[in-house]
Design a protein around this ligand. Sequence first.
Ligand SMILES: [Ca+2]
Ligand SMILES: [Ca+2]
Ligand SMILES: [Ca+2]
Length: 433
Amino acid sequence: MKRTLFLGATFLGSTALLVLTVLTGNHCAQAAGTVRVMSGLSQPIGLVATPADDRHLFVYQRNGVVRMYDQQTQSLLAEPFVDLRDRVVVSQDGGLVGMAFDPEFADNGYVYLQYIDSARNNQLSRFTLNGAGTGLDPASEYPILYLEQPTTAHNGDWIGFGPDGYLYYTTGDGGDQHDPNNNGQDTSTLLGSILRLDVRNGADDFPSDPLANYGIPATNPFVGQAGRDEIFAFGVRNPWRASFDRLTGDFYIGDTSQNTWEEVNFIAAGSAGGENFGWRLREGYVATPTGGVGGPKTPDMVDPVYAYHHGGGPLEGNSVIGGYVYRGPSGVTALQGQYFFSDYVTDHYWSIEVDPATGLMVEGSLRDWTARLRPDVGSLSQIAGYGEDNLGNLYFVSLNGNVFMLVPEPSTAVLLLGSLSIGLSTRRRIGRA
Ligand SMILES: [Ca+2]
Ligand SMILES: [Ca+2]
Ligand SMILES: [Ca+2]
């Protein structure tokens, strides 16, 4: 059955209109920056969109409520997309912290959510659009994977589909400090890893287990050898946010570290997997300096593409938040290919470029955006996650209830305005057809 969702109309207007506001309103003096597009949310963690619905953005909140934002009216809808407060528990790192639309959502109405349950464990579940097409049916919950947590810390929990159609799921080491059980290096546990699961087309390699309902991709690196078959990569501590480059398929992971180095890790598109990012033996580029757990780099270990030291300096911080490679509207060229990320504690914002051929940061590509991204309203702070709309615009999601959109420098904004007129004339043509 084909499900028709909300409005499927081509929509280019509101995004560009926001840029127009920057150019012609009271914000002319501002160069590259951000504009606040949402406020009044309750501890939002991330933002997702689906090609099945060009009109709405979906913001998942820590408390278990997913809110919908109407880009046409530029307002949050009062009615939630789903309300799971009856089963989501807000704990140290946790709550509802992962959301992904099925690539075939337009046909099957499936959405995947990752949350902390009443037992303080990770529940990854699938939900289905309700009959009216207005939101998810809370009673439709279908468990995919249940992951027990030794503590309430370091749950990780980002989920997202890769270009290969598999669901990637970043799991933390389970805490607490210095990974006492060495879960990061132990491939017999799903903790401290990047999992790759087949959740589509009824895949279930565990027919006798009602709580495990997924398949193992045959090409996962530990299939046929020691190590859990779900694992794609491992050696991470608290990989809170991750993303795929929508153009190249390269995978970026922000791994919140222990006491000294925050990391951005990288998996090139097409990798066979098996990357060991080193935790708990390694932090940044060195043996973990604290806790007596550090060790030498082994041949299978992969250094971060970028790491920064703890502290309050311009290039320092204490909790990395992984973002996205900017792939915004085609007219905006200055920011293309920049991987944006930030630090939750110091509110510093940076970008780097990674050379996919070498898997290394392009030398000299680090840019400090901290002073340049001041929003038109409010302040850019407590950014807990990022998101993209269907056009590739980048959004900053603040735990204090706001969502901001990155807007280009004026020279490139003019080009975007060109695309606005193209978009509107296209819509007019469609309207007349
Ligand atoms: Ca099963
Ligand atoms: Ca195995
Ligand atoms: Ca590492």
